[in-house]
Design a binder for this molecule. Structure first.
Ligand SMILES: [Zn+2]
Length: 417
């Protein structure tokens, strides 16, 4: 008997797979291997073949193409990969997860029983309002739920079961890749793309119903250094030049409306950190983020204008700004083959879901995969309030994610005819 999606998800959620920073090895926690072993078993039961689990906890598997020789699509359907991750976030505890299951949600605020002051308020959760009558899953409020990304794994296993139970539904080769330590930013980096062998991929690591991540920020990082002049302060008149003071003025001249606390949607941002200053020298890191390269250029221009103003005021100071790219918006890559996003949209529309374009205000795995040569984007699995004690999800949205990727496989097959 196939395990129901809810039970499968809860089974995964209960295993502590929290990532541990600076561990120096992959996976960074033993629990990830424990979960990987269970996933291997579950994939086997779901008819997945060529399953290989690596020492690091990567799990690869195949649903072979079932298109018969002689069929017009035979040999023409690209290999589609689906990717999710084993580890959970580090921001709050991940051990002893006790999921709370609320059936037939009626629109009320949800109290988290292990931490009753913590309440999911309908007013603060616009997505909750859309989930009337659903089965809502939360933690008990003392840990995260782990919906990021155990929902993604459960959705992929469920899809595999569907194709096992429906051998008449023709599809090309499907590859599955489950990775460790995504939260540490090293999961996708170490995914063996040659072994994975997908032509296009989708990560299942996204938010609300219908969301498709279509782009990420362009990320730039730079160092600003100021050289002043350290003279004996008591006799400093005319010569003493304090680098820390100049750099502080620099920061205060960076437009307030472009700081993270004031921006959302598609607005770009800048911020600084690691300010280090003495009298003679001061330095800090500056970060620029924008969906458009024009926006990055504009911010660099503004930084240079601040520099020029300060040099006028302090002609004897030296100010250097060195900025370089950290990552690029993966939209530039996806634009090379628009099918990745278009087919995902079509897959959703076919099952009555309205696709919602989502711009990721950071980098993500799709970003990494795209620039490593595997065009990919991220699809919803229903996770909400990720990385917090208030993580929650709707079972029905997770079910829609399963339907979406089945539909997506169908779209890729049909379009290859
Ligand atoms: Zn994730």
């Amino acid at each position: 008997m196939k395990e129901p999606l809810l039970e499968r998800f809860i089974k995964y959620a209960k295993i502590d797979t929290q990532a541990v920073p600076d561990k120096g090895k992959i996976p960074s926690s033993e629990g990830q291997l424990e979960l990987a072993n269970i996933v291997v078993q579950d994939l086997k039961e779901a008819g997945v073949v060529d399953i290989r689990m690596t020492e690091q906890g990567y799990v690869y598997g195949t649903i072979p193409s079932n298109i018969p020789a002689g069929h017009p699509a035979y040999g023409r359907v690209p290999t589609i990969g689906f990717v999710s991750h084993l580890d959970t976030a580090m921001e709050c505890p991940g051990k002893n997860v006790k999921p709370q299951i609320i059936k037939k949600y009626g629109g009320e605020d949800i109290v988290l029983p292990g931490n009753p002051e913590l309440i999911l308020k309908v007013d603060e959760e616009p997505e909750l309002k859309k989930c009337m009558g659903h089965t809502i899953i939360t933690s008990d409020g003392t840990t995260l739920l782990g919906v990021d990304d155990k929902a993604g794994i459960a959705v992929i296993v469920e899809m595999a079961h569907y194709f096992k139970e429906n051998p008449d539904k023709l599809h090309g080769k499907i590859r599955i890749g489950i990775m460790p330590d995504e939260e540490l930013g090293i999961g996708a980096e170490n995914l063996d793309l040659k072994e994975f062998g997908a032509d296009f991929a989708y990560t299942l690591d996204g938010g609300g119903l219908g969301e498709i991540d279509i782009e990420s920020f362009n990320g730039y990082k730079g160092k600003i250094t100021v050289e002043g002049y350290a003279a004996f302060p008591g006799y400093g008149k005319g010569i003493y030049l304090n680098a820390t003071k100049i750099l502080s003025e620099f920061v205060s001249m960076m437009k307030e409306e472009m700081w993270p606390q004031n921006c959302d949607g598609r607005q770009g941002i800048w911020w600084v950190d690691a300010f280090n200053g003495g009298v003679a020298n001061a330095e800090l890191y500056v970060y620029l983020r924008d969906f458009e390269l024009e926006g990055i250029k504009e911010k660099e221009k503004l930084l240079n204008e601040i520099k020029e103003k300060l040099l006028k005021k302090y002609p004897k100071a030296k100010i250097d700004i060195n900025i370089s790219e950290t990552y690029k918006n993966y939209k530039y890559e996806l634009d090379k083959d628009k099918r990745v996003v278009q087919y995902a949209e079509e897959a959703m529309k076919r099952i009555g879901i309205k696709p919602i374009h989502h711009s990721v205000r950071g980098g993500n795995d799709s970003c990494h995969l795209c620039f490593s040569g595997l065009l990919s984007t991220n699809l919803f699995v229903g996770m909400q309030r990720m990385h917090s004690l208030k993580e929650w999800c709707s079972l029905q949205v997770m079910e829609k994610a399963v339907e979406t990727i089945i539909s997506l496989v169908n779209v890729w097959t049909e379009k290859s005819l």
